[in-house]
Design a protein around this ligand. Structure first.
Ligand SMILES: [Zn+2]
Length: 353
């Protein structure tokens, strides 16, 4: 029987060397297999022990088992070492410095018209008004007839209306009613009063449309805010107090208002509302055409025919209604001289608010 040539010392040095030089887990695994796998060098030594004479078998067997344990431990240590190294390298790449100043995100902000709308709503809500909205596409009954503007009434000529063509298949739904883009927010007064009984206080912000040429103070679409208060004994005095309070809160300075006679088909009496000029405090300047006053809104006491249109008895109820341009309010607040800037989408303009 041939005695196997076993050089454990050499084997140990060779394996130890290879383990220490291993760069990654895969290489280490290969080394492990090469020595301790099924056909590994050391495994074969252990298998060949039976062929040794007994005295030598015990000695070599002990040494071989010790070497097996030694290599196992060595491999485990190396695994830890490699994992540690990977962790450090990853940390180097994915390192987060929590003390570093952050990148500033570019945040947008609300459009000046939205800001003015929000502020207006807030002030009226504090005075007990609810915010109500209505459709932008209206029937001619809501936009004109119910507001005391009959077909042959000359007031219908005040607004050049954008009429809509109805698709054939929808014509039956609203009988004999032409559709249009609402020319004012007043139809919402009608819609609201048909569904809700007085006393009521509402404001109606919304987009309105006019078929007209644009210039510095005219746009084909703009924003209005409508107001309506109805109760047993609502008078012009209530109106004046509420509107003065609104302007003072909105412009954050003391403001005087005055009423001038005006005409609107849906109010009687009707008046134009002026407020003291912000630029000259009423002394007269170029902003107010040297009158000391700025035209701010149209208003009046709800016309009896409007109450009748919604089924309320004008003898039991009275109230005021008003309408003003949100664009105009914003132009006054921010001293903007061209309404078209609001709709131009020019960031140089918008970033100023
Ligand atoms: Zn002035």
């Amino acid at each position: 029987m041939k005695t196997p040539n076993i050089d454990l010392k050499n084997l140990k040095n060779k394996a130890k060397n290879e383990i220490e030089k291993a760069e990654d887990l895969k290489e280490l695994n290969d080394i492990f297999k090469r020595y301790l796998g099924k056909r590994g060098e050391l495994t074969q030594v252990l298998r060949s022990l039976e062929r040794l004479p007994k005295a030598k078998r015990v000695k070599v067997g002990k040494e071989a088992n010790e070497l097996k344990n030694f290599l196992r431990i060595k491999c485990e240590q190396k695994v830890k070492e490699i994992k540690e190294k990977i962790k450090k390298e990853t940390a180097k790449i994915e390192w987060i410095d929590i003390t570093r100043p952050g990148k500033k995100l570019v945040l947008g902000h609300l459009h000046p018209l939205s800001q003015v709308k929000n502020k207006t709503e807030e002030i009226f809500q504090l005075m007990g008004f609810s915010v109500v909205e209505g459709p932008e596409v209206e029937t001619e009954w809501y936009n004109f007839d119910a507001l005391n503007i009959p077909k042959d009434h000359p007031a219908r000529d005040i607004w050049d209306t954008l009429w809509l063509k109805e698709p054939e298949n929808q014509k039956s739904k609203i009988k004999n009613q032409k559709l249009l883009l609402r020319t004012h927010t007043s139809p919402v007064q009608i819609r609201y009063m048909k569904k809700n009984n007085p006393p009521l206080r509402i404001i109606v912000p919304g987009r309105v449309f006019r078929h007209e040429a644009t210039d510095a103070s005219h746009e084909i679409n703009f924003y209005q805010i409508e107001g309506l208060m109805v109760d047993k004994k609502v008078t012009v005095v209530n109106f004046k107090a509420i509107i003065q309070e609104f302007f003072q809160k909105f412009f954050e300075k003391p403001i005087k208002i005055r009423l001038r006679p005006g005409f609107f088909p849906f109010t009687e009496p009707s008046f134009e509302v002026d407020m003291s000029c912000l630029a000259c405090k009423g002394k007269g300047c170029s902003v107010c055409s040297h009158t000391g006053w700025l035209e701010m809104m149209g208003a009046g006491m709800v016309h009896p025919n409007v109450f009748k249109a919604v089924g309320l008895n004008p003898k039991n109820w009275q109230g005021f209604a008003f309408g003003m341009g949100l664009d105009r309010l914003a132009m006054m607040k921010y001293k903007i001289n061209d309404i078209r800037l609001f709709y131009s989408g020019d960031l140089r303009f918008l970033h100023q608010f």
